[in-house]
Write a protein that binds this ligand. Structure first.
Ligand SMILES: Cc1cc2nc3c(=O)[nH]c(=O)nc-3n(C[C@H](O)[C@H](O)[C@H](O)COP(=O)(O)O)c2cc1C
Length: 201
């Protein structure tokens, strides 16, 4: 928010990023600088955390060979049939793996959600696409990255400059996203009037 003279001007950047963000699963092969990837993790670092316990750690993956190994551990777009994955020319060029150092912390998944959202919105502000991934082979990721048993592998965020532009549509009868005849992904979202309650349920 800026105060311009007596007029308050709302800066819409965050809202714009929220609206523009979609899960991206097809990427350009242009690298993301390490500086930017660190900036995204820094944004995750300072996200809200229950009791300020901060149980999360992060592994940035941007080496070509290690990215190829991580790619093999991921299940992409479960609703798309037959089973689909990005082609070699469309794969994400980096990953951020989210680790939890204490899963007895009963709020850790909420912390992961908040940290993940900071990462995806920061990326969106740089026009970088992301996909949060939980359908991953955690044992294989542990081996590939040498993650100690003391850390739980929660999820992976795939990143890259966008090579697809999914569209958001009103949810009618199914939550399942689909691709149209031009291969554009349509993502149904519940309508505001169907989820909002004011003063009373
Ligand atoms: C916790 C979580 C886990 C997800 N896991 C996967 C996954 O394993 N594979 C995948 O392709 N997408 C995954 N997604 C992306 C969702 O499919 C996507 O957010 C949803 O379809 C809505 O689309 P949108 O992100 O474009 O709004 C995951 C998203 C969340 C929040």
């Amino acid at each position: 928010m800026m105060n311009v003279g007596s007029k308050i001007v709302i800066d819409m950047d965050v809202y714009d990023a929220i609206i523009a963000r979609r899960s991206i699963r097809q990427f350009q092969q242009k690298p993301i600088t390490e500086e930017l990837l660190k900036k995204f993790v820094d944004a995750a670092r300072i996200a809200p955390s229950a009791a300020n316990l901060q149980p999360l750690e992060y592994v940035i993956v941007n080496g070509k060979e290690v990215c190829a190994e991580i790619f093999k551990t991921i299940g992409w777009a479960g609703y798309i049939k037959p089973t689909w994955a990005p082609s070699e020319e469309e794969r994400s060029v980096a990953y951020i793996v989210i680790l939890v150092n204490d899963i007895t912390n009963k709020w850790h998944q909420r912390d992961v959600g908040l940290a993940s959202e900071n990462i995806v919105l920061m990326a969106e502000s740089e026009d970088i696409g992301t996909c949060i991934l939980c359908n991953v082979d955690r044992d294989k990721i542990r081996d590939i990255l040498g993650v100690p048993e003391s850390s739980h592998i929660d999820s992976v965020i795939a990143l890259g400059y966008k090579a697809e532009h999914p569209v958001m549509v009103d949810l009618k009868d199914s939550v399942k996203y689909w691709r149209d005849e031009n291969e554009v992904l349509h993502v149904p979202k519940r309508k505001l009037e169907n989820i909002i309650h004011i003063n009373k349920f």
